[in-house]
Ligand binder design. Structure first.
Ligand code: F6P
Length: 195
């Protein structure tokens, strides 16, 4: 059975500053993760000629994939992070202070809340459909390097988690989730590459 590997990008400069969205590069710690991920993937998949690496179109995932050499890489816009619309680039504190109604509305219903001129989790789930269809079709391993909200949705699909839980699933940085789909169901392993 072919595994699917899910991981967030390495820590970005926006992660360090607590800003959502954006398109920044990696921090030093994030770059270290990219190297460790590269070693892990090259070692695990060296005999898997048909394996591929899927990223979003944002710098932080593309940079996280840069140490993985010898495999084709595909950029998907559908793997880009949830679009925070007018809140892109803000911290949660700034949203709470400057747009308290938005902050409260999201807290009340994080699944359905849509950022003004942006997306909701439900929007993200919907745009992931072609990615899921393509993932199901693959016969070789795939490494998906994406973002917190997107990976919550993708993971929930494979792990069969209920819709309402999706926005609240823990999706830590610097951790690889390996999903194996076998006849007896889905098996999962986690690799934490940094402390
Ligand atoms: O903070 C990192 C990040 O990927 C943001 O870019 C994004 O808006 C957020 O996580 C999604 O998580 P949540 O839905 O919990 O705000």
């Amino acid at each position: 059975p072919r595994p699917i590997f899910l991981t967030r990008h390495g820590e970005s400069m926006d992660n360090v500053r607590g800003r959502i969205g954006g398109d920044t590069v990696l921090s030093d710690v994030g770059e270290l993760y990219a190297k460790k991920l590269g070693n892990f993937v090259v070692k695990r998949l060296k005999s898997e000629r048909a394996a591929s690496i899927w990223t979003s179109t944002l710098q932080r995932t593309i940079l996280t994939a840069s140490s993985i050499v010898g495999f084709p890489k595909i950029q998907w816009r559908a793997l880009d992070e949830i679009n925070a619309g007018v809140c892109d680039g803000m911290t949660y504190e700034e949203i709470k202070k400057n747009m308290p109604e938005e902050y409260e509305a999201r807290k009340k219903d994080k699944l359905r809340y849509r950022y003004p001129r942006g997306e909701s989790y439900l929007d993200v789930i919907q745009r992931l459909e072609p990615v899921i269809i393509e993932l199901e079709r693959q016969r070789a391993p795939v490494v998906v390097i994406s973002h917190q909200a997107v990976l919550r949705a993708l993971y929930s699909y494979f792990a069969d988690r209920p819709l309402n839980e999706i926005p609240h699933i823990e999706m830590p940085l610097h951790t690889i989730i390996e999903i194996q789909m076998g006849v007896t169901g889905v098996q999962e392993k986690r690799y934490k590459l940094m402390d």
